[in-house]
Structure formats: C-alpha cells, structure tokens
Design a binder for this molecule. Sequence first.
Ligand code: ADP
Ligand code: MG
Length: 502
Amino acid sequence: MAQSPEPILAARGVRKSFGGVEVLHGVDLDATGGSVLALLGENGAGKSTLVKIASGVYTADAGTIRIGGNEYASLTSREARELGVAIISQEFQDAATLSVAENISMGSLPASRGFVRWAEVRRRAVAILEALEVDIDPDRTVGDLRLGERQIIEIARALSREARVLILDEPTAALSFHEAEVLFDFVRRLRAEGAALVYITHRLDEVERISDRVQVLRDGSTALVAPTSEVDRRAMVEAMIGRRASALGRPAAVGNGEDDRPVLQWTDAGSSDYFDDVNLKVGAHEVVALYGKLGSGASEVAETAFGLRGVDRGALQVGAGDADAPEHPIGAVNTGIGYLPAERKTAGGFMVRPVAENVAVASWQRLARYGFWIRKATEAEAYNRWHEKLSIRSRNDPQQIMGTLSGGNQQKVLLARWLENRCDVLVLVEPTRGVDVGAREDIYGALRELASSGVGVLVVTSDYEEAFQVADRVYVMTKGAIVAELEGDEITTPALLELAGG
Ligand code: ADP
Ligand code: MG
C-alpha cells in the first residue's frame, strides 16, 4: 500500500455553529492517500457537518482546510471539486428528471465548441456502470430508479471525476448486499490507486472490513483516533456513546423454559412466488430472528403476519389458540399482533403528528372513553409511560412533532406504540436500519424485556449483526426458502454470513 505520510486533505480546529449552537468544537481530520478513514459517531455527533465543511458545502466558523499543501479558511464546493474532493452525501444531489447518463456527467459535461458531446456522455456512463458491475440502463430517468440505484448513480458521478479525496456519507444504508459489495471493491481499488477515502458508517463490520484508521466523533469533538487494527468493536462503541457498552455479544436467554407455546406459526406456508414451504414458529418468551438478505422473501413473510399479504399455501396461525391468519391489518391488531415496518416514514409513523398520538394510535380503542372519545392528556400519559423507559430523546414534550425526532428516536416511539398496545406478538422489520448504536442497544434491550414478559418477538432483518445480537433463535432465508435454523451457540456471525451467502 502506497501510504504517503502527508495527508491530501487535512482539517484543523474546525468549529461550526447552527443557530447559535456550536456543533463542532475544534475538530481535526486527516485524509491520507492510499488509506481509508472510517468516521463514526452517533446521530447528531457532527460527522456530516464535518465532511460538508471539508468539501466546501458548508463554511467553517473557525479552523482551516489544507488540500494538497494549500491552506483555505473558506472553500466553495466548486473549488473543492476542482481540487479533487468529491462527496457523496446522504441527500441526493441528482436531477430526477434527467437520464442516468446525464446525471453521471452532471457538472462536468464533455463539450466541444459549445456543444455537449452526447455520445461521449453516454459512453462515459456505460463505461463507469460497467466498471461498477451494475446493470442500470444509462437512458433511464433517474427519478424512476430505486433508492439503492440512485445511490449508485451518485457514486458513479463522483468516480467519473477521478477524485483524489472521496468522502462517502453512509453510502450503504440504501444499498442491497450485492451493491454494497461492489462498492467495497471500488473503495479498495481507489485506495490502491492512491486516493484518500473518508467513509462514514454506522456498521462496525464495514469499519473492520475496509478501513485503515478510525475516528470517532462524539457531541462535536473527537473521542478516538486510531489504526483500525488496534481497536476492537467495544472500544469504538464506547467512544461513540461515551459510556460502557453492554457486551456486543449474544443476549442472555429470557425464556423460562416452561411456557413455550407458539404464538405465531407458519406451517408449509407459501405466498405467490415470494416464499414457499416456510415452517417457522415464534414462542411466547422468545426473540426469534428471520435473517435474509434483500429479496430473500423474509420481509414478505413478515407482511403475512400482519395481513398485509395473503398466505395462499399451507397455514399461518396466530395467537396461542387457533386463530387463523389475519386477513387485513385491523384484524391483526385485534388478534394481538404488533407490526413495525421497515419504512418508518411511509408505513409506520405519522410524521406530522405529535409523538403522543403516534404512541397512542394503536390503543385508541382501549384508551378511549365511552368507546370514541380520546383525550390529549390520556395520550400524553401513554407517551410518558415509555419516554423514560426507552430513553426517547425528545424535548420531553408529548406534543413534539414526530418528524422532528432523529430516526432512532422515531423508532423508539413506534416501539412504544406496540408496548402500549400490550400485544402478544410483535413483528419488526429492520428495526434498527439507520439507527445509531446507542439507540440500537436501547431497542434491543426493550425487545429482550418484552420477551421476558411473555411476548413473542419476531425480528426480520438483513443485518447479521442484528440477528446475532438480539435473537434466541435464528431462521436463515434465501431465495424464498428457509435454509437453516440456529439456536444458542450455533448462532455465530460467520455461520449467519455463510448460510445467507448462497
Ligand atoms: P451526524 O452526521 O453525525 O449525524 P450532523 O453533522 O448531521 O451529525 O449534525 C450535527 C448537529 O448539527 C446536529 O445536532 C444537527 O441537528 C445539527 N445540524 C446539522 N445540520 C444543520 C443545519 N443545516 N441546520 C441546523 N442544524 C444542523
Ligand atoms: Mg449524518
């Protein structure tokens, strides 16, 4: 590895305030050629702000940015781009109505004598998409693409500029497993070519796989900088959350061994061509994970539990009795099933409504007086019951609007909804996607506690770390079929990765 000692980009003493509140308190950052720096930290730690300053999107209140030996007190994004600094940020910068090819060349359209060379635009797109090993038609309109595909286009655009410093702000959050692997290959290739990479992620396995150094931000200051090989996961987590992390290992069993009647059970179940011959049961007092990569059919299995999708072969039983599968979500709520979908914004949370209402909504029947009248105070009580228990970080105001909370806290509010509803079975799909590590621990703790109180919990996840950390038993699903069931010591991260790999 060609490791030049002098960083290509060096930030020194960066300070930044928003609305009078300082969110970066004099932070340094070194992006060295031939090296990947992983930048970690909980939501709100200042990661995005720091890299936006380094790439000229924001201007620092104090401090300097040194690029290729020259020092800048302020930098426009155009200047940064011309100096070879590219950023792929969480907010898409694409033009939804333009084609894939146009988007890839956006900002650097090849032209001669004032005319854009469209054939060249297309040729460039084809070459870079091929190099990325993705099958996206360069003539498609970007607005029609999946989220993960749009992310790939952003990456393609940055790569087409041959950046010397490439900053990736949580790039894999929206990517499929395969897309993420392709991205990793690319990151490694760029590093080998001498580029400096800054990689922001929540995922510690990614940190270990692709970074050379790690820097942890906490509340706007650097809490840790070290070579990746010299720190373990626990040290990273502790630096992030500023307190001792609970063991990043397998949970202690909560089942009492006596009461293991299934509360949710699929028998030889199938649903159109999403999955077939699924045998899976969830007992009271246990947390079960259904682990499968995107497209494995796992999330479709979850949807049948809540009546969002039908089971057309075999059987699905809900509850300890003989209740049949719910035919629609209302029926599911009445049979005691809670459901937390992956898409908080579109399917679960009412973003423009107060948090208290978001907690109470599934329990309105029980909370309402005379069957129809629900008081704000009752909703507030419902919220306050869970606020502390789940350490929901809001301004402690039940009327705060849901959409103003961070992702992790929104997820806790949705969890509180089902805790308040006293369900017997809780099905969660990707419960901690995009949730930072501290909030993740709180959520896992709540799920374990729920199971110990007798609720059957099913966590559907594409994250093997999640399956490893939260479940008593794990079913592994690939291509619409359950390929393994693991329990206790059999649940290891290599086993999970290997079984889902096929
Ligand atoms: P991270 O990327 O680590 O999650 P951010 O850099 O996005 O953190 O945010 C750091 C802090 O700055 C947060 O408290 C956030 O609310 C605040 N912040 C970020 N961008 C803005 C902005 N444009 N206006 C006001 N506050 C902001
Ligand atoms: Mg961020």
